[in-house]
Structures are given as structure tokens and as C-alpha cells.
Ligand binder design. Sequence first.
Ligand SMILES: [Zn+2]
Length: 340
Amino acid sequence: MRWWACVLAAMGTLLASHCGNGENADESPAGQGPLAMEDTETFSGQNAWNHCAALCELGPRPTGSQAYAKQVEYLAEYLSALGWRVQRDTFSPMPGREMTNLRAVFGAEEGVRPILVSCHIDTKGSGEKAILGADDGASGAAALLELARVLARTPEQAKQVELAFFDGEEALGEHITESDGLYGSRYDVARRGEKGLPACMINLDMVGGEGKVIAVPVMDTLPEMYELYRTAVRELGLPEERWTLHLGSYWDDHRPFVEAGVPTLNLIASFAGSRWWHTARDNMQRISAASLEETGKVILRILSKLQTARQTESAHVRCTMYDVRFGQAVGAALHNPAPF
Ligand SMILES: [Zn+2]
């Protein structure tokens, strides 16, 4: 029995009949006994931190590993318990290698493109070089799980959103290139085809570090999306010196969507020149509940604005914000993204 299953049961969810079935408590994903999950109306950084710790308890989670598969089960079980419908997309980007994305919806409306909120869940390296990836791997998933709990409280909001947990973001070689890395997001764009693309996408990467500095890659970002981000940060009273922009592009999971014409917002912490990125220092020591909570509140604020815009703004504005294909305008700036 997962530790959170009992908590959800107490919250009156589907799991009520399964609670207390006597299964071994060592199955707690954190491996540290039951952790309390707060039943708050809004995003709890502590809940997200608990998820992050639970995922790291599985060890490094590189693509194709047993720990990766266990992680997918953890995510799927939790999301299902909240009422999300999950789907595992298994694909083979090259002979002899299988990868699995996990996606979740809450009963999407017919004909309405979802707002996609995503992260990657694979961690860098393999064998002795595998890193734990508390921030670069687990933090995005932890934030998405807590977001899923909050959204599930208001089904009208939840059903406009799709969650995606991508495999294979990390390059098998040293750095992401045009042909190595972003396997899960590249596959997802191809699988959807033009008609199945989301209205827009918010991607999270390294969003749980203590005192992080988020740097949205401005060359990948439509002005309308950037304005949503800046307004959300301002309204929440967050320090603008820690919620900034990067004057360039990044290779990250938003990129295949940018290239397909989807407006994106890539919330990623500054990592270049850091002493922790892709090293053993990327562990739970650097993760902070307060940092995760800030991230969650920014996303919820942006989602709320997107949903309000959908309901109230003119067809022209909606078209500009969600559906315009801007590959040409942005594409010119994408030829030389920073290594990632
Ligand atoms: Zn990485």
C-alpha cells in the first residue's frame, strides 16, 4: 500500500475500500514509512517535496532501467487514484531500445485542445555514471503530481489540462543535439500529428532547487506566453531577479513543440556553470519545499489566466495566443541553441 493511498482514502477518493489491506509498509515509495500529505486547497510544496524524495528513493532513473519502470508505476498509481486517466506510450527511437512516456488526462472536452503541462523523468547517465537527478529529473514530476492533486479538486479546470512525463530527454551522449536527446517529446509531437497538438505547453525542468533562478528561453517563447509568465510572477510578488529570462534558446522538451508551432513556456532553472548539474550533488540536499511551492503557484496562476482567456477573450486573441503557427518567426532564432 502506498503511503498516500491511505491519505487519499481519507479524503474520500476511490481508494477507500483498499486502505489498510495489510500490504507491507516497506512498499512506501519513500522507504521511510508513511509521509503525511497535506490536504490543502492550493499547491503544497511539502507534498511535492515528499514526492521528490520518494522518486529519489528509487535511485537513479535512467531510461530503460528498472528504477525508471518503478517510477512510471508510482506516477501512474498516484494519478489514477486522483481520478486521472493515464496512458503509457511505449516507443522505440532506435533498434534495441524502448522508451515510455506517461500521459494523463482528466476527461478532456471533445474538440478542445488541451493545455499540456510536462516534464522529463529520465535521469542523466547510466551505470557508475548515473546521477540521482533530484532536481534534473524528479522535481518536475513532483511538481506535476502535486499540481494533479490540486487540479483534481476542480474537474472543470483539470479537464482542460493534459500532463506528460517524458522519457529520453537526456542525451545518450554528452549533450543534447538534433539527433540525440528529447526522444520522448519528439516522439510525442510525431504521434499527435498536427491535429492532435496541444493549445500550448508549459514544460518544467529543474524547478525545485533552493534559491533557484528560473530563466525562460526568450527566443523559444511567444510574447503572449512570456507576458503571462511575467504577470503571474508579478502578481504573486515573487522576486523578478529569480524569475527571469535567458536571452537565447534551449534544447529541452519544449523544442519539438516549438518547432511544430505550439506556443510554449519552458520553466527551467539556470544550470550552466553550476557545480551540481549532472553531478552527484544533484540530490535531495538541494531541493526545497518552498522552491517547489513557488513553482506550483506560478503554474497554477498561468493556467488560470490561460483558462480565463479561453472563456472571455475574442476569437482573434485566442487564435493569436493558442493556434498561430509561428515556426518561421521563431525558427530563425533557433539555429544555435545553448547545449543542454
Ligand atoms: Zn539533464
